[in-house]
Design a binder for this molecule. Structure first.
Ligand code: ADP
Ligand code: MG
Ligand code: MG
Length: 211
């Protein structure tokens, strides 16, 4: 099938929850090198809260579902990542609208609106060593795949691969946003924790949309 339904979106969120939980120590280890050692805990706590809320009041449309996701992340995760991921999902849902499913183009537009929200909130640019550096290339790759006629599964696989490459490319960068920027040159030589969790987000999406 070439659409993702509410069940598919919910499976995506659950798969992301599973990944941040499984890689909780690793994300925290990355954040201990260039931050305050809480990114794994933040994401695992936030996504656990999200799945609890989503399970308690199942949504029938994308805007409803992602509003719950975004609000829960904003309120349950302190620090930079809660409001940023919260904004991503809130904008994603607002753009997807009151629909029960999205095709690849609608999903990509909604994700793009989410990224725009992250940028509006955090002012990150390419190369600042943030989640932007995984998210922006992922969406560029997804759009390029769709433009050349890719299926939803092919488009999300391209996004996953580009997010992973973007994550890896953060290693040599000097951070210019967030806590890691306080370290200046000493932030180089480490992967960015938020770019790493964003790569998990796209890995989860590719898994649930794989045909
Ligand atoms: P905190 O830094 O408040 O402890 P987290 O550790 O949970 O929050 O998240 C840190 C991640 O947030 C960073 O690795 C980076 O990817 C992301 N981040 C921080 N500031 C920004 C920003 N202004 N724009 C985009 N992403 C950001
Ligand atoms: Mg932190
Ligand atoms: Mg913190």
């Amino acid at each position: 099938t070439d659409t993702i339904t509410i069940e598919g979106f919910t499976a995506w969120l659950a798969a992301f929850r599973d990944r941040v939980t499984e890689h909780r120590s690793y994300l925290t280890e990355l954040d201990s090198a260039i931050g305050d050692a809480d990114h794994g805990a933040n994401m695992a706590r936030g996504m656990a809260a999200v799945m609890e809320k989503v399970g308690a009041s199942p949504a029938t449309t994308a805007d409803e579902l992602f509003k719950t996701v975004g609000m829960t992340l904003v309120t349950s995760v302190g620090g930079a990542s809660g409001p940023l991921y919260g904004t991503l999902f809130l904008r994603l849902g607002m753009t997807a609208g009151a629909v029960a499913e999205c095709d690849a183009a609608a999903l990509s537009s909604a994700l793009r609106a989410g990224l725009d929200g992250v940028v509006a909130r955090g002012k990150a640019e390419a190369g600042d060593k943030t989640m932007f550096d995984a998210m922006a290339p992922a969406l560029d790759a997804m759009d390029a795949a769709i433009a050349s006629g890719a299926s939803l599964a092919e488009a999300t696989a391209a996004a996953r691969d580009a997010a992973a490459a973007g994550r890896d490319a953060t290693e040599p960068l000097v951070a210019r946003k967030g806590r890691a920027s306080y370290l200046g040159e000493r932030s180089a030589g480490h992967l960015d924790p938020g770019a790493t969790s964003t790569a998990l987000l796209f890995d989860a999406l590719a898994e649930v949309t794989a045909s």
